[in-house]
Design a protein around this ligand. Structure first.
Ligand code: UD1
Length: 363
């Protein structure tokens, strides 16, 4: 039984790593790791393979950047060639990026079963490219692995056959729990001369926040204010740096208390977040990671597809309004932290559950 596991972008690597390891432990499937090349900078891609113990990809489709149509189309054309050559029994895709949808579409059209890990999450905001990718990938998948109960309800509401849906927990948290101890031994705090909880961490890359001047300027203004009291470390995504330069905001950011650094690897970043006093982000996965770590998280978005991080976690939606961001940051820093609560099945065993389901179906 040959299974292709597909990665393309940074947030895919920590989701595939535990699945890849569980497949190898189980031994029933012959795994083939395919990298679409959607992310290609060493700091956005290669560094994660060593950090997460992922094998070197068996195949690299090297699609690179481009418009949505072009990027999705390139992955499809190149992945189709591979699928036609290598007779595959199953394709596993994770998350909600363009590579996820492209690989799923190719497999479904060639009648190869598709497993979607992180199925059923919905922001109900169709202006997000990821929401389109989620809805379409789920609609053509044969195995839908969900991280939280809200996802089960979403899939039911869309009329998806419940026999295809499995509540297994969160593979991203499998990775976090596997590597947290090792992260505690890394030297990122010393290298950046930081003390425990005396700094915040920022990540920012969503098109709705960084591709237009108005929201990006509102966010930079809020960051100037917050960082006058709390140093903020900002491992910057290449897309955001490009836009900060284009809108002439980079100097304002760089002369504030925000320290812009290159993107970090998995272990360094995990440690940086674990020891921080506050996270500001528009990432999806970081909302989940901060929930498990018990770090207050201000999400610079109007909505989230991961509602369990609001109901049980440390997440708070603040949008991109300057005053709201500043006010919520002050509030988060002034209240004592509670003990983190682990959402149901976020116990480090999600990948094993996934492989068990697949093995039972295929054997
Ligand atoms: C993609 C995903 C997004 C995910 C994010 C994680 C889609 C639609 N978006 O967004 O869901 O949260 O990855 O980072 O799939 N670039 C580089 N080097 C790289 C990769 C990108 O310089 O290795 C720059 C390029 O200028 C590129 C831009 O970043 O045009 C955007 O990259 P792209 O893969 O299109 O989208 P992301 O914003 O990274």
């Amino acid at each position: 039984m040959k299974v292709a596991t597909v990665v393309g972008t940074r947030p895919n690597f920590m989701k595939i790593a535990p699945i890849s390891a569980a497949l190898r432990r189980d031994g029933f499937f012959e795994p083939l790791l395919v990298h679409t090349g959607q992310h290609y900078d060493a700091k956005m891609s290669k560094i994660f393979f060593a950090d997460l113990g992922l094998p070197v990809p068996d195949i690299d489709l090297s699609v690179g950047s481009g418009s949505h149509g072009r990027q999705t189309g390139q992955v499809m054309a190149r992945f189709e060639e591979l699928v036609l050559k290598d007779s595959l029994d199953l394709v596993v895709v994770v998350g909600d990026v363009n590579s996820t949808l492209a690989a799923a579409l190719v497999a479904a059209k060639l009648h190869i079963p598709v497993a979607h890990v992180e199925a059923g999450l919905r922001s109900f905001d169709r202006t997000m490219p990821e929401e389109i990718n989620r809805v379409l990938t789920d609609s053509i998948s044969d195995f839908l692995f969900a991280t939280e109960r809200a996802a089960l309800a979403n899939l039911r509401a869309e009329g998806i056959d419940e026999r295809k849906v499995f509540f297994v927990g969160n593979v991203m948290i499998d990775s976090l729990l596997t590597h947290r101890q090792r992260a505690a031994e890394c030297t990122i705090l010393e290298r950046l001369a930081l003390t425990d909880r005396a700094y915040g961490v920022l990540t920012l890359h969503r098109p709705s926040n960084v591709d237009a001047l108005a929201p990006l300027e509102r966010i930079v203004t809020a960051l100037e204010e917050i960082s006058s009291r709390l140093a903020i470390i900002f491992p910057a995504h290449p897309r955001t740096v490009k836009n900060l330069e284009r809108f002439n905001l980079i100097e304002r950011l760089d002369t504030s208390g925000v320290r812009r650094i290159d993107p970090l690897g998995y272990v360094d970043f995990l440690r940086l977040v674990d020891c921080s006093g506050l996270v500001l982000t528009d990432s999806g996965g970081l909302q989940e990671e901060t929930t498990v770590l018990g770090v207050p998280c201000l999400t610079l978005r109007e909505n989230t597809e991961r509602p369990v991080t609001l109901s049980e976690g440390t997440n708070c939606l603040v949008g991109s309004d300057t005053h709201e961001i500043v006010a919520q940051a002050e509030k988060a820093l002034s209240v004592p932290r509670g003990r983190p609560r682990l959402p149901e099945l976020w116990d480090g065993q999600a990948a094993d559950r996934i492989v068990k389901v697949l093995r039972e179906r295929f054997s």
